[in-house]
Design a protein around this ligand. Structure first.
Ligand code: ZN
Length: 178
């Protein structure tokens, strides 16, 4: 991802904040933290986990564990970045990330479709409540987090025609699953 408007120190602070969440418990680190350009605060950032004993890592296409950061650990990092500087701008692929609106895409194949948010262990019973708690810890008082599902790339054409669908809303005190 590309992160603009945070200094290297602030990026490290964002990582530290993310690592203080009950879901990640210090498991996240930078695989890459590379300054792009001389004057502007613009960095290329890649996140990975330290080990598999705590959540945060994702599975690959074949279901095998990889150290790369999962949907939820990325999302928590976005929340930490915007908490440190509300003017942060984050880009992944060709799209701009909205820190409070996560888009859950198909990262599997056409036939074996799998949502990004399903390719990790964060939705396991115990971990899921830790995830919700972690989001609440990072959410400002009057903000809410929405997770939307994008069915583009699904084999089922009737699903593909749908616009992204709101799947989950987490507020400071309530949670709605749709
Ligand atoms: Zn996850």
């Amino acid at each position: 991802m590309i992160v603009k408007n945070l200094s290297e120190k602030q990026l490290r602070d964002a990582l530290e904040l993310t690592n203080k969440t009950p879901l990640l418990q210090g498991n996240l680190e930078f695989l890459k933290l590379e300054k792009l350009g001389l004057k502007k605060e613009k960095y290329r950032v890649r996140l990975k986990t330290k080990d598999y004993s705590k959540p945060g890592w994702k599975t690959g296409f074949t279901g095998r564990k990889t150290p790369h950061a999962c949907f939820h650990s990325h999302g928590l990092f976005f929340l930490a970045c915007v908490k440190i500087n509300p003017d942060v701008k984050i880009f992944a692929g060709n799209s701009k990330i909205k820190p409070y609106t996560w888009l859950d895409r198909n990262i599997g194949g056409l036939i074996n479709s799998v949502f990004h948010s399903d390719s990790c262990i964060c939705k396991d019973d115990d971990n899921y409540s830790l995830f919700v708690e972690s989001v609440r810890l990072l959410l400002p008082e009057n903000e809410k987090l929405e997770v939307w599902r994008d069915y583009t790339g699904y084999f089922d054409l009737s699903l593909q025609k749908r616009k992204p669908v709101k799947h989950l809303t987490i507020e400071k005190k309530s949670i709605f699953e749709e």
